[in-house]
Every structure is written in structure tokens, then in C-alpha cells.
Design a binder for this molecule. Structure first.
Ligand SMILES: [Zn+2]
Length: 67
């Protein structure tokens, strides 16, 4: 029993790029850790966009656009 998750992986997460609700249990591969927080994404596209420019999506004023 060795858990390394920071948050409840069973809880729904919000994709920070597009604002979609993501179920981490469904997409265990679509996560990325950034500055000590784990983010989940609806798809590879959002994950790659976040990875390219995480500051854009973690900025306080950022509003998810929807896709
Ligand atoms: Zn997305």
C-alpha cells in the first residue's frame, strides 16, 4: 500500500485547458504534474498544449475556452 497521489484520483478533475470535466480513473495516462499539482486533461491535445505553456493555463485570469 504505497500511494503517491496528491489528490483523490477518484474525484472528477477539471481540464485546465478547455474546462471539461475529466474522470481520472478513465484516463490515467492523461495527467501531468506541474509545480507540485497534478492536472488531468480530456485528451492528448490539451495535455500537450498545457505542457508547452503551463503558465498560460495556470494564470489566475485564464478562462477555459471550450473546444
Ligand atoms: Zn481539454
Amino acid at each position: 500500500m504505497h500511494e503517491t497521489t496528491h489528490e483523490h484520483p477518484a474525484d472528477a478533475q477539471i481540464d485546465p485547458v478547455c474546462g471539461m470535466t475529466v474522470n481520472p480513473a478513465d484516463r490515467p495516462d492523461l495527467q501531468l504534474e506541474h509545480e507540485g499539482r497534478t492536472y488531468w486533461f480530456c485528451g492528448k491535445g490539451c495535455l500537450l498544449e498545457f505542457r508547452d505553456a503551463p503558465g498560460t493555463y495556470t494564470a489566475p485570469g485564464y478562462q477555459p475556452q471550450g473546444m
